[in-house]
Design a protein around this ligand. Sequence first.
Ligand code: F6P
Length: 499
Amino acid sequence: MLAQLREEAARLEGVSLQELMAADPARAVDFALRVGPLYANFARQHYDREALTTLFGIAHEADLPGAMQRLVDGEIVNATEGRAALHTALRGEVSGAPAAMEAQAAAQAALLQMDALVHQLRDDPAITDVVSIGVGGSDLGPRLAVDALATSDVPLRVHFVSNVDAAAIHRTLAGLDPAHTAGIMISKTFGTQETLLNGGILRDWLANDARLYAVSANVEKAVVFGIAPGHILPMWDWVGGRYSLWSAVGFPVALAIGMPAFRELLAGAAEFDRHAVEAPIERNLAVWHALTAVWNRNALGATTQAVLPYDERLRLLPAYLQQLVMESLGKRVQHDGQDVTFDTVPVWWGGIGSDVQHSFFQALHQGTQIVPADFIGIVKPDHDQPASHAALMSNLLAQCEALANGQGSVDPHRRHPGGRPSTLMLLDALTPTSLGHLLALYEHSAYLQAVLWGINAFDQFGVELGKQLANGLLPVLRGEEAADDPITRVLVEEINARR
Ligand code: F6P
């Protein structure tokens, strides 16, 4: 794969993005795809039809359609942990394979259980607020979906606490009344330090176990913590944390937007799943997105990837995608344990337009690094300020154009080099259905990138060492033991001398 990519990159080396676009104006239409409410235009990526043919050839060689089928059928795609990754089974019937059918049945039963608890809480006039505690995949997905979709007239306000820094939970609880608040602890393992500490603080503050709920694959531990079995919604080994929004981890979302809207979110993702499984490589949006990512990383050598939603409601998307993509693809060995001989995931980062135009966009326009960007816009706003929306959209379109085309000038300081690639994605409106499409696209793109790189998208051993060391340092901070590491020892002395 790498040799083919390098050959194409070498062929295009002296050809600017501006020249590619001028030589083939029809790419504006031909390099675009639509899946339901989601439109994506790749015309401003630094490749041409010939390079795309090579990329599609790579996708065929890697059998991306077969890989999609194996995913949704529930095959063991997470080999290091011997697990399937059946998040698609949580949102629809995309496969008739036995493992997928079994998972779908379990997911349907859990949805009914969740439906009952959602009604219980939404219909209880004493409850006005819900505090959801979790971290990583047990926080970022529901936090994003609630922030994106909840309206101000919701019957329940949902708050999220993730950080082990107690300042976070104190800040949240300060505005709330324990008599009118319910708590949810979301943790697949029910062993995560942050969640257990924050959960303990919340449990004490509530002083009422009857209003404490949990979502976990470890029911026993949740019960020992003091949560009634009837208040515990299930999770399973076959759902990875960062792919779990669609499971009962979405409980806070359903509380905020209601069960019918939560089901629309699932249905939107399921519609995209069907596209990702069924569409031919050349018209498959998940495949295009994954191939573009690999092209930018391995052919053009991009070290970072920006994600730039032009919509206030999607302000948490960059943080969500950082976990989804970097925890999935931040790997340096292939399935067989051999070191990769190429770069894998770049740094994903971003922020919302138009704010970011007034911060880091200078570097995107004139800095020395070329940063590929995913721009995301919403065609129909949910407010009645047409002038504001027109300004937002004109800024979005202008930035994509300026980054790609640049502008000549006799003054080198004022010259915009252009040639900075981007993909523009447009959602018709921001709804549960369209958000489901968008997130499913990124999930499948991440998985397909992993297939192309021969790495496992579903484990995350890299986060374990730091957790282990942190546990070992608790007695050191208490002064009961000395740190093994000489630098940590000095740092602990420094901290303890000033506490
Ligand atoms: O940060 C590591 C991680 O293992 C994530 O993969 C996961 O989403 C998060 O911790 C939370 O884990 P749990 O749901 O078990 O509390």
